[in-house]
Design a protein around this ligand. Sequence first.
Ligand SMILES: Nc1nc2c(ncn2[C@@H]2O[C@H](COP(=O)(O)OP(=O)(O)OP(=O)(O)O)[C@@H](O)[C@H]2O)c(=O)[nH]1
Ligand SMILES: [Mg+2]
Length: 234
Amino acid sequence: MNSKTLIIIPTYNEIENIEKLISAIREKVPGVSILVVDDNSPDGTGNLVKKLTADNSRIHLLSRVSKLGLGTAYIAGFKYALERDFEYIFEMDADFSHDPCYLPDFLDAIRGADLILGSRYVPGGGVENWPFYRKIISMGGSVYSRVLLSVPYRDLTGGFKCFKRSTLEAIALEEIHSEGYSFQIEMTYRVHKKGLKIKEIPIVFKDRLGGKSKMSWKIFFEAIIRVWHIRWTI
Ligand SMILES: Nc1nc2c(ncn2[C@@H]2O[C@H](COP(=O)(O)OP(=O)(O)OP(=O)(O)O)[C@@H](O)[C@H]2O)c(=O)[nH]1
Ligand SMILES: [Mg+2]
């Protein structure tokens, strides 16, 4: 199973985290492949990953010319996976908010579902070390989207996910133009609308280890408006 798994990690200025994260992933789930999608990070994240790819054939780098956004980074990663024979495809942040210790839980759960969501808001899940306002935005965003889109999932804005290949194949990836939080909401909603099985498993989300947040008010307001667009057009 591990040899059929690709973990996609988008990066922008994650030099403090990426090498440590790749080692931690390989320790938890040996034999998986890792694809870093780097947007020409000024701190040299891409160059560091390039060096790692030389030593290990399971580490891959997709370098883009400039900061083009999280949504298109993931779409490029999904296309990379579908052009090769990966069966289980992960979304994961580079900053240790998504603890690699949960990867085996995802791989167990995906046997019986089409998409697994790492969820902060189911029993056993949670958030550690986040300022109060971030908790409110995150939880509020999930409640707002859940009500507007009439879906039963508790965590709609999280970005720790595992898709089956067939799930990504069922979705019109070229139609997705959302970024940030709304990208996460839209991916889950598209899978839901296809009638595929989505399961949430608990994760405890931690504040980023090193480096700076890329979260912005623009991403926040985009999500608020975009959920209406998602509701009316998908
Ligand atoms: N390739 C690429 N990666 C990005 C871009 N924006 C963010 N990322 C990466 O996407 C992941 C999530 O971004 P974060 O900055 O951690 O956003 P966040 O988790 O909402 O915010 P924090 O919790 O404060 O860290 C990280 O691995 C980032 O490096 C982008 O434009 N391009
Ligand atoms: Mg983060």
